[in-house]
Design a binder for this molecule. Structure first.
Ligand code: 5GP
Length: 204
């Protein structure tokens, strides 16, 4: 069995990636979602261990020091990081693993795991992004403005990603994600042993 594929997905916050990923997971059973650790406060309805592991800075630092973080970054005043253990295990089991992370973390993963596949999801326009951010109603004005500034900076990093998916119509965006996954899985280099096995079996 071949190893799973690591899919890095980044998008400015409120870019609609949550909805796309939810739908993607319903349409692909082999996918696993990494649950990040963060020092930010939970929003209403967010659960520890499901949406994030909500921990303090000291606990976060301990995870870094003991080598248990695959990557981490500071974003709008809080730390976010990917616990390494579950990702390694799922990949070894042949599952494809999604990391929904911001651009600094995305750049780190590209270096550590060069055969990862990275997708940048953009809103159709910055006006739409602002509307979605305000419509969510979970943040104060100051945080919204900070997130908008960060979003503009993040958009400048889209060129470092393998693919860009525009989140206009949900259905199209999900189809695009599935198409990316499907063709990336068919790359010869992901499973060279398959064709070699065919030839070896004929000789035997
Ligand atoms: P939010 O606070 O809106 O849940 O997330 C803020 C940003 O942090 C988003 O862009 C999200 O993708 C990113 N993020 C979530 N988990 C991680 C992580 O483990 N590592 C990194 N580098 N970014 C993360």
């Amino acid at each position: 069995m071949s190893k799973g594929l690591l899919l890095v997905v980044s998008a400015p916050s409120a870019g609609g990636k949550g909805t796309i990923l939810k739908e993607l997971f319903q349409r692909n059973e082999n996918l696993r979602m990494s649950v990040s650790a963060t020092t930010r406060q939970p929003r209403d309805g967010e659960e520890h261990g499901k949406h994030y592991y909500f921990i303090n800075r000291e606990e976060f630092q301990q995870l870094i020091d003991s080598g248990k973080m695959l990557e981490y970054a500071e974003y709008v005043g809080n730390l976010y990081g990917t616990p390494k253990g579950p990702v390694d295990q799922w990949l070894d089991e042949g599952h494809d693993v999604v990391l929904e992370i911001e651009v600094q973390g995305g750049a780190q993963i590209k270096k550590i795991v060069p055969d990862c596949v990275s997708v940048f999801i953009t809103p159709p326009s910055l006006e739409v992004l602002e509307k979605r951010l305000r419509g969510r109603g979970t943040e104060e004005e100051g945080t919204i403005l900070k997130r908008l500034t960060t979003a503009r900076q993040e958009l400048t990093q889209a060129g470092n990603y393998d693919y860009v998916v525009v989140n206009d119509r949900l259905e199209d965006a999900v189809d695009d994600m599935l198409a990316i996954l499907r063709s990336e899985k068919l790359r010869y280099a992901r499973d060279p042993g398959f064709v070699e096995g065919l030839l070896a079996a004929e000789k035997a």
